[in-house]
Design a protein around this ligand. Sequence first.
Ligand SMILES: O=C([C@H](O)CO)[C@H](O)[C@H](O)COP(=O)(O)O
Length: 210
Amino acid sequence: MKLQLALDLVNIAEAKQVVKEVAPYIDIVEIGTPVVINEGLHAVKAIKDEFPSLQVLADLKIMDAGGYEVMKASEAGADIITVLGVSDDATIQGAVVEARKQNKKIMVDMINVKDIAGRAQEIDRLGVDYICVHSGYDHQAAGKNSFEDLATIKRVVKQAKTAIAGGIKLETLPEVIRAQPDLVIVGGGITSSEDKQAVAAQMRRLIKQG
Ligand SMILES: O=C([C@H](O)CO)[C@H](O)[C@H](O)COP(=O)(O)O
């Protein structure tokens, strides 16, 4: 099981500082959607250049023009790029084709997908690398999480790796680990804590224990 740090509410300099603190405990750094909006794909390049041994995920949440946007994120150095599960199959297929050309991976974010089981099966057949259940900030504010959805995709997805994101904290991580996703994505659970390094280290320990 891998651990991904999501960076959402930082600029490039702050992002570098956080990654420096927690780098030994994480596998993937996510350049979050708000960072891409504020800083552009330069943020992806800056982090990849400074931390070449970490995988970098560009959370573009692509909704259209999958091939083109994956190409641009790949040029910036992204290893994994996100596409929305609610987008058209053609968008996801375009993203997958381009990712294969560039030797990159596609993660489909299932945020706002109503029929998780049905859509996850369709998306799995499109050859994506990860399917991620996700309670975004607005869903978290309404008290939702994606634990049930994780169990659903674990049941129906045959080929892609499974991931979960949205409000995961040190206290809720054991419940997530019990469901055995391939990847756990944590943003505020690390970045909002006073001692980010200690929290990331403890998360890594819990994941290692399984
Ligand atoms: O994708 C995200 C969100 O939509 C804002 O862009 C976050 O990266 C994701 O939810 C993980 O962050 P936390 O919920 O703070 O763990």
